[in-house]
Each structure stands twice: as structure tokens, then as C-alpha cells.
Design a protein around this ligand. Structure first.
Ligand code: ADP
Ligand code: MG
Length: 339
């Protein structure tokens, strides 16, 4: 088992809430006590519906948004304790790829300029060395070096995302934060990019934080999966266990939302949905389980007591009183759940 590269402990991210012109605003808690670990060479998939706080975690990790509480230990440094703007030696170890390849690449720069920019800032390579490296990086993302003098507007969405990945790989980072990197692409291009990321990760020994809303897609390349709901990590564990035996009712609902190809299963699901009572909209969760208003199995207790992260059989944890916890004395399962 390799060492933890990143350990996030009880991370809180709050927007607003600071004294503004002497007035205190209430603020909004987008992340409410997240715990996550990424080991060297590992991919952690982070899923959840829009607004659940995924990008807030990503942006805090990248130093773009301050942590309001908690720790983010990355490669021996607590990122949460640093002032905004990481020192260059740290900055180059964490790179990012964002959702929209149309806006994340500077339209007035050539592919060569885009890829060599980080090399210019962070290394003492000569212009010739940088150009050779850029050509090599394009090959790594399966684009010909003849594209170097061209501009982002000349490429498709998938090709632009490959260029963004090449730029992220340039400094051989330890961690790449991928915030919905394929959400803007069509399905076949999504698969190509996911496969490319998978190959590169294994060849270069990097770690990924891969954010997406599609659990099935994340499952392909993740070692572990964390599921977010309204600022909480409601479930976390080995990717296969979370995907095949989800423990939290929200994870189950997310998996049911994956489009089914089998028409009979689709019909059965539609019928089940008609029979089910309409789900309430999420409300603020001052006390109690954050998912209780939408949960089909919520109990009285869930309305005034928030479930802690409980160990799940097969590894990981889920914040639900109804999880199938490993039997007492089953130390291997308990250890797997808590690592
Ligand atoms: N800069 C901001 N100021 C205020 N609220 C924000 C800001 N960024 C995000 N939020 C809010 O925080 C919540 C989580 O957002 P985000 O982290 O972007 O979620 P996700 O990436 O899962 O869609 C949302 O309710 C969003 O409206
Ligand atoms: Mg987001």
C-alpha cells in the first residue's frame, strides 16, 4: 500500500460570512467537514450532483479559494495553512484540468505557447528544449506535433481537452485535479479522454482527483470513490464496492440515475418512480441527516441526529445509520473501512 499523497481532514469551505464594510454576513457553507485521502498513483473519483461542493474542494486544493477550517496535508505541507497563491515549488506539483476546454485555453496563444508556458515559468529549459518537450507532450496525448503552431479555435472539444492535459503534464505534477474534464464532450470522446488519462497516470505515476457527476464513468478509472451531497462526503470507499454495493441511499439514487440501456429495466424503473412519493427539495440541514428530506428510508432519528461516517462491509464509510457495518471482531474489514 502506497503512502498518502493528500489527506484532507475536516475541511470546511465558506463563501461570504466575513465582515463586509463592518457588516457580518451569514455566509454559505459549501463544504461541511470533508475527509478524503489520495495515495500516490491513485485516482479518487469525487461525484455528486451540481452544487454539492465538488468544485469548492477542487478550488480550495488549488489555492483558488481559502479553506475556512480543516487541514489539507499534501506531500508534507498543510495547504490550508498557506496564504493564497502557493509558492512555485508547490504550485508545479498540483496541476488542474477544468471542464470547459473552450474557455480554459487562451485563444490568442498557439498550442506551443500554451504547453511551454508552465515550462517557461518553472524551469530553466532553453527555447529549443521547451519546443522539443512540447512536441513530446503532444504525442503523449496522441496529437501530432504539427499542431504546435495552431490556435485553440482550430480544434474540436476533445482535441482541446487533450491540449489542456498536455499542458497539465508538462511539469510532471504529483497530483492533477480534474474538475469535470469530460462533461462538455460527447460520449465517445469522453471515453477516449478517460482512457488517455488512465494510461498517462499509470505511465507517469501521478495521482488524480477526478470530479464528475457520472458515477459509472468515474468508476472506470478510480481506485476509490467519494460521494458528495450538500457539502458532506456521504459515502467513500473502494471504487468497486461503492459502485457495486452502494451503502448510502443517495449513492443508490445516483446509480439509478445512470441511463439504462435495457428497455425492460427502464420500463420497470419508470413504473417504480410513478409509485414512489414525490421527493422533497433539499432544505437547509441545521440538524439531522442532510439527505433526510429526499431519503426513501429516513427514520425519525434521522430528522434530529446527523449520522457519523460509519464503516461499511467491503471497505469505506457511509454517513447513514442503516449501513451494513462489518461484524464486530472483523478487524480486516474495519481496518479497510477506516484507511
Ligand atoms: N464563489 C462563490 N460564492 C458563493 N457561493 C458559491 C461560490 N462558489 C460556489 N458557491 C456555492 O457553493 C455550492 C457548491 O458549489 P460548487 O462547489 O461549485 O459545487 P459543484 O462543483 O458540486 O457543482 C453551491 O451552492 C454554489 O452555489
Ligand atoms: Mg463544479
Amino acid at each position: 500500500m502506497s503512502d498518502a499523497l493528500l489527506t484532507i481532514k475536516d475541511l470546511h469551505v465558506r463563501y461570504g460570512g466575513r465582515s463586509l464594510l463592518g457588516l457580518k454576513t451569514k455566509g454559505f457553507d459549501a463544504v461541511k467537514g470533508a475527509n478524503l485521502t489520495i495515495r500516490t498513483g491513485e485516482t479518487l473519483g469525487l461525484v455528486g450532483e451540481s452544487g454539492s461542493g465538488k468544485s469548492s474542494i477542487a478550488n480550495t486544493l488549488l489555492g483558488l479559494v481559502p479553506a475556512s477550517d480543516g487541514r489539507m496535508e499534501f506531500d508534507g505541507t498543510d495547504l490550508a495553512a498557506l496564504p493564497s497563491g502557493y509558492p512555485p515549488a508547490l504550485r508545479r506539483k498540483i496541476q488542474a484540468v477544468f471542464q470547459d476546454p473552450y474557455s480554459s485555453l487562451n485563444p490568442s496563444m498557439t498550442v506551443e505557447q500554451i504547453i511551454t508556458e508552465p515550462l517557461k515559468l518553472h524551469t530553466d529549459m532553453s527555447a529549443a528544449e521547451r519546443r522539443a518537450k512540447a512536441a513530446q507532450l503532444l504525442e503523449l496525448v496522441k496529437l501530432p506535433a504539427t499542431h504546435l503552431p495552431r490556435y485553440p479555435s482550430e480544434f474540436s472539444g476533445g482535441q482541446r481537452q487533450r491540449i489542456a492535459i498536455a499542458a497539465a503534464l508538462a511539469l510532471q505534477p504529483k497530483l492533477i485535479v480534474l474538475d469535470e474534464p469530460v462533461s462538455a464532450l460527447d460520449v465517445s470522446t469522453q471515453n477516449q479522454i478517460i482512457n488517455l488519462l488512465y494510461e498517462r497516470r499509470d505511465a507517469l505515476g501521478m495521482s488524480y482527483l477526478l470530479i464528475a457527476h457520472d458515477l459509472a464513468l468515474v468508476h472506470h478509472i478510480s481506485d476509490r470513490i467519494a460521494v458528495m451531497y450538500l457539502g458532506h462526503i456521504v459515502e467513500e470507499g473502494p471504487a468497486d464496492r461503492v459502485y457495486h454495493a452502494p451503502a448510502h441511499p443517495y449513492t443508490k439514487a445516483l446509480l439509478e440515475a445512470v441511463p439504462l440501456l435495457d428497455p425492460a429495466r427502464q420500463r420497470a424503473r419508470r413504473a417504480a418512480r410513478r409509485a414512489a412519493p414525490a421527493a422533497d427539495l433539499p432544505r437547509s440541514a441545521e440538524a439531522g441527516c442532510p439527505y433526510r428530506h429526499r431519503c426513501p428510508v429516513a427514520m425519525q432519528r434521522c430528522h434530529h441526529e446527523a449520522p457519523p461516517a460509519l464503516p461499511v462491509s467491503g471497505g469505506g464509510t457511509a454517513q447513514c445509520f442503516l449501513v451494513d457495518t462489518p461484524p464486530v471482531g472483523d478487524h480486516s474489514a474495519q481496518e479497510a473501512a477506516l484507511t
